[in-house]
Structures are given as C-alpha cells and as structure tokens.
Design a protein. Structure first.
Length: 398
C-alpha cells in the first residue's frame, strides 16, 4: 500500500490539470486512468478557444492543434447563415488524443505518478471519510491511501457516488451525442466551426461540424436524452449528412464516438465533501449550450489543484475548507454557466420560425456576445415579436 497526498481519478483534461497543479505545489500525487490509453476514446468535437487556453495557462502547440478557427457559422432550418468572424485566430480544433497525452506528460514532469488501465473498484474509508482507493490494475488488486481524493472520472462520477456525493443529474439536463470524424468533406469553410439548428434538424439540440483541415472534420449531433427516446440521435445525424450532399457526398467516417453529456452547467448540490473533491464532467462543469467541457474543466482543475494544496498544507481537509474551490469556480465560470443554462432553456422553446427570425436579424458580433454570456441584447431584437419577447424575458432578462 502506497501513501499519497492526493489521488486524482480520471486522466482527462480536468484530471491532468488538477494533478499537475497539485504536483507543482509540492504534493505527492497519483493519477489513475481506467482506459488503456489517455485521450481515447475522445468524447467531444475538440474545439478550444484562445480564451480557454489562456484561462488554463496553456499555449497552442502545432503538435496537437489541427486547425486554426477564426469564427463560427450558425445555420437556420432553411439554410440561412449567420457568420461570426474575426480577423485573427479565435481558437483551434485539436487532436485531443495527442493533447491529453501532453497534459498527462506535464503532470508527470511536475512530479505526479500515473497509471493506466487502473479502475477504481472501491474506496478505503475511515470514520466514513475516504482515505484511499482500491483498484484493478491490469488484473491485479492494488490499494493506495491518500489525504485527499479528487474525482475527475466523468459523468455521474463513480468516485463521487462512493464518497456520498449526489452526482446523478436529471434526464432533461443530459444530451445524447453521436459523432463521426469524417474524411473527404468538400465545400465547408474550414476556418470556422459550423452549427445547424432546428427542430427537424435536431430537436432541442443541434448538429455540428468542427473542421480539422484537409477535408477532415468532426461531424456530430446532440439532442436532449428525453427526445432521444423517440428517435436516436444517430438517426438524426445520418439524415442530416444525407441532406447536405454539398459537404458530405464523398465523405466517409474514420472514427465514431457516442456518449452522454451533462448540460446543467454544474452540479446544483455541493461537489466537495470531507477529504473529497470533484472536477470537470464529474462536477458537471460543462457549457450548457454546446456541451463543451474542456475549457471549464481545465480552468476548474487549476482552482481545484491550488485549493487542494492549500488544504493539505493547512491540515484541514473538511468540506468547509474545500468549499473554497467550489465557491471560487461558481463565482467565475459558474456565473457564466448560469447564463448559458438560461439561454439553453430559451433556445429549447423556439420554433423553426423563431430560428429563421433570428437568422434574419442577428449579426456576427452579437454571436460573440452570446458566447461570452451576454444575452440581454436579444430582447431588443424581439420588439416586433411581442409573444416571443414575453417568453424571452423569462430567461434572458435576469
């Protein structure tokens, strides 16, 4: 049995960042990953903005930046487009499998130990508090003790559940996602990400294409799990691809990914407890509009790792002390996620005619405001739509 200051379960972006910051602050850290390879399977469209890089304390690297992006195109049900474009780079579509290995490398270089194919099977507890883990490592049973346990193990965190934290989300706050990475795409502006909206396209969701250069792109869709019970998201995606031969006529998949995505913004209950913290998807720290979790998870990992080190240095690992991490995140990224959640609920109630109206009156700079969580301006766009204005005030005026 080996002792550590902190054990981080899950080597995704949030887990790797948390482990790195913990190690940089002098903690002995163990990073555990259940899969055989860090970075696979990927479960996202791989986009990360320059703001996301900056908040994570990272710089883009050509080793894992596949395609520079200077904007976005939003498509209405009838095919109208609204373009947000910058003269310079807005962000990148990554090769996430390489990116996450580099994050893990940085954590290891900072001093963390890392194990793959290590599946946590149970927690070691004393007085009801977690003090370590039991794990299956390549078929062998192993045990590790720690002062602090950090769950970065994804949606409905197993670590969180075993530690007594309520991690279950309501069905209306889950998106079912299905995505192909495709080659042979033609005619798509590869300098921008593309999003298609409409109830026939993807009810209470959207379709996307995130270009990776040279005719490659992540092409997928997400719809609320409640809608997915009627028609699978894969069926919507196949119909979408078939309906856009101008882009996908000669394209074929080279990879397929699917999974559930929490879109509540963050857990409404506490995501810390005595001796335990949750970060990233495990704490549901995901943008409610597009389901992206890399930026929020990386930023949360920086806060989580720093507060973890402070708590261990003070000898106080109580829930009250660890709440400092939660309170800081909720007051920063969490505030923006609140706004994004309201916008998500607003968008879910729009008809296809409403989407067409916004495509007619909305401009590119306004899309950038939405991305920043600024939505009140949308009320001014609805002065000619009194019924829609009344509905919008419910979500966008607060």
């Amino acid at each position: 049995m080996t002792d550590y200051d902190a054990i981080v379960v899950g080597a995704g972006p949030a887990g790797c960042m948390t482990a790195k910051v913990c190690a940089e602050n002098g903690l002995s850290v163990l990073l555990l990953e259940k899969d055989a390879e860090i970075g696979t399977p990927k479960r996202c469209a791989e986009g990360l903005s320059l703001n996301g890089f900056e908040k994570a304390g990272l710089k883009p690297d050509k080793k894992w930046c596949a395609q520079a992006i200077n904007g976005a195109v939003l498509w209405s049900p009838s095919g109208k487009s609204v373009v947000m474009e910058r003269p310079d780079t807005w962000g990148y579509v990554l090769e996430r499998k390489i990116f996450e290995k580099h994050l893990a490398r940085d954590a290891i270089k900072a001093g963390a130990d890392c194990m793959v194919r290590a599946t946590v099977t149970d927690l070691i507890k004393e007085g009801g508090k977690p003090v370590g883990v039991k794990a299956d490592f390549l078929g062998d049973e192993v045990e590790f003790t720690s002062k602090l346990l950090i769950g970065a193990d994804g949606t409905e965190s197993k670590v969180g559940r075993m530690a007594g934290i309520k991690t279950t989300n309501v069905l209306n706050d889950y998106i079912s996602g299905f995505q192909y990475e495709m080659a042979g795409i033609e005619g798509l502006d590869e300098s921008k990400i593309h999003l298609w909206f409409g109830n026939e396209v993807a009810p209470k969701g959207y379709m996307w294409a995130f270009p990776k250069g040279d005719g490659m792109a992540n092409v997928g869709g997400g719809i609320l799990s409640t809608e997915n019970a009627k028609v699978s998201v894969r069926s919507y995606l196949e119909r979408f691809i078939a309906g856009h031969p101008e882009f996908f006529k000669n394209a074929s998949p080279v990879e397929v990914n699917a999974g559930g995505i929490p879109v509540s913004g963050y857990m409404k209950d506490a995501f810390v407890g005595d001796n335990v913290m949750l970060v990233g998807d495990a704490a549901q720290q995901v943008n409610p509009i597009h389901g992206g979790g890399m930026s929020t998870g990386l930023y949360a990992g920086r806060i989580c790792g720093r507060v973890a080190a402070e708590a261990i240095a003070s000898g106080d690992l109580s829930k009250r002390k660890l709440l400092e991490y939660e309170e800081e995140w909720r007051s920063t990224d969490g505030t923006r996620m609140d706004k994004m959640l309201k916008l998500r609920h607003f968008l879910e109630g729009l008809s296809d005619k409403d989407f067409e109206y916004f495509a007619d009156v909305m401009k590119g700079p306004e899309l950038e405001d939405i991305q920043k969580g600024k939505t009140k301006f949308m009320l001014k766009l609805l002065v000619r739509k009194p019924k829609l204005l009344l509905y919008a005030r419910k979500y966008l005026s607060g």
